[in-house]
Design a protein around this ligand. Structure first.
Ligand code: PHE
Length: 474
């Protein structure tokens, strides 16, 4: 192993880092809204099937690739395909994509930080005004908040794999879980919370359609940070003595349990202040939910616990999301850094220096996309709409290329790297894997069912985003 590369100190370190990456806005806000709109426990059931039968196998494949090649995506695709230029290019896509995602995720994390800070300062009433979000995102003061956030992320990453990433998640993840449990316990004591619980947990199988299944695969894939090169890179930091099956399984389990808990928090809170709310009134977008809808819900909690109490709950709520977003942001920013270290052979500090400059430039352009600059706000036009630079990154990289990378990972492992080589890597640290049911399942589906499902997600996203057409009626 190159002296430049780091390693997690244990399986626990890997699991916390992988879960830290996976648990993000998608879990805490996206999942509860999606579940309550699409049949409650029926959606949960479909989602669990997607996690177990589609996402967990891809996570194992990605981790195995990284660990076998001891490299971030470009090197992993390249060396496992005997230096093929084509596959190195595919690996390049798994570097550019996380970089672009890190740009828009930085911007969203800055907003979350501002909401947490303003709630703490007692300004929840200001945040709950309908115009607040528009004012905040279009104010040049965002730059003032972006600098310390980026400094924090790069400070963590400067510590390296063990003393930076792993150490930060060892603190932040338990804190996140504690905050979540505390908030759920509080919300469930409110009147009408049970109505929310019923709304979230009573299954309505009539809502399940091909569109919903497609959305569940899509969401599971994002939620587990797949297709972003993260699990390939983190896999390269996992010791060969550790079991990939158990590590990936625990990370998937933790991610899913946290999503379910987030549902127990968000939906009962909404019902506690508005018992007659209809699923259709909840916004589809996580951003709308988090920044426009939730502040007014949190403010209404003052009927129960007074303004001070509501401000405390709001501060904890936004702090919870901030921790989740921070650990995801750290993980995604590590990928281009690992590329610099692996491919350009530079020390971590130099890699970080490069990334500060590159990410800084793109983050500025993304921040300018919310009205500060007309050029970046109306950057392109497609799908019948003007789109900003920020929207463009979100649509192209997050919604379009991610499932495509997942698709290529499956095909790569089956038809280029080969299943027996992948199985051999997985079996190191998991001796029972060879000949197991799981191995046979992977052999059967990683080159067939799973890529087909991802291709369907890709096709549906492309047709919705660029042609305003719903392929699966969703
Ligand atoms: N898995 C994250 C979520 O659920 C998504 C994400 C991870 C985004 C890492 C960026 C970086 O929100």
């Amino acid at each position: 192993m190159s002296a430049l590369r780091g390693q997690f100190s244990s399986r626990f370190g890997f699991v916390m880092a992988a879960a830290g990456s996976a648990v993000g806005i998608g879990n805490l806000v996206g999942f509860p809204v999606m579940a309550s709109k699409n049949g409650g426990a029926a959606f949960l059931f479909v989602y669990l099937l997607c996690i177990v039968f589609i996402c967990f196998p891809i996570m194992m494949a990605e981790v195995a690739m990284g660990r076998a090649a001891q490299s971030s995506p470009v090197g992993a695709f390249g060396s496992l395909a005997n230096g093929s230029r084509f596959w190195r290019k595919v690996g390049g896509l798994a570097i550019v994509t996380p970089f672009m995602i890190s740009v828009f995720y930085t911007v969203i994390t800055v907003w979350i930080g501002i909401y947490a800070l303003q709630s703490l300062l007692g300004n929840l009433d200001q945040l709950a005004r309908p115009e607040a979000f528009g004012e905040i995102v279009s104010s040049p003061s965002i730059f003032v908040y972006a600098v310390p956030l980026m400094a924090l992320v790069f400070f963590i990453l400067a510590g390296g794999v063990k003393d930076g990433i792993e150490r930060s998640v060892r603190i932040l993840m338990p804190a996140l879980i504690l905050l979540l449990v505390l908030l759920v316990a509080f919300v469930l004591t409110l009147d009408n919370a049970l109505a929310g619980l019923r709304f979230f947990l009573v299954p309505d199988f009539s809502k399940i359609s091909s569109g919903v299944i497609n959305a569940a695969v899509n969401h599971g894939f994002f939620s587990l940070s797949l297709g972003m090169g993260i699990m390939i890179t983190y896999g390269s930091y996992l010791n060969r003595r550790e079991s990939i099956v158990n590590s990936a399984g625990t990370a998937c389990g933790l991610d899913t349990v946290i999503s379910i808990f987030a549902g127990l928090l968000l939906i009962p809170a909404v019902f506690a202040v508005n018992p007659l709310v209809q699923g259709s009134e909840l916004t589809d977008s996580s951003i709308g939910m988090m920044f426009s809808y939730m502040p007014s819900v949190l403010l209404s909690l003052q009927d129960y616990v007074g303004y001070f109490g509501a401000s405390v709950v709001a501060s904890l709520f936004f702090l919870l999301i901030f921790f989740a977003a921070l650990t995801s942001l750290v993980s995604i920013t590590e990928i281009p850094i690992a590329w610099f270290i692996d491919e350009k052979r530079v020390p971590r500090r130099a890699a970080i220096g490069w990334l500060v400059i590159l990410q800084g430039v793109f983050v500025v352009m993304a921040i300018l996309s919310f009205g500060i600059s007309g050029f970046f706000t109306q950057f392109v036009h497609y799908g019948g709409m003007d789109k900003s630079f920020f929207d463009l990154i979100l649509d192209v990289f997050y919604e379009t290329i991610l499932p495509l990378i997942g698709f290529t990972v499956c095909l790569f492992c089956c038809y280029r790297w080969r299943l027996h080589a992948m199985s051999r890597e997985i079996a190191q640290g998991a001796p029972g894997f060879e000949g197991s049911l799981l191995q046979r399942y992977l052999a059967l589906t990683l080159g067939t069912l799973i890529p087909v499902m991802l291709l369907a997600v890709f096709a549906s996203n492309v047709s919705r985003l660029y042609f305003s057409h719903n392929l699966f009626g969703f």
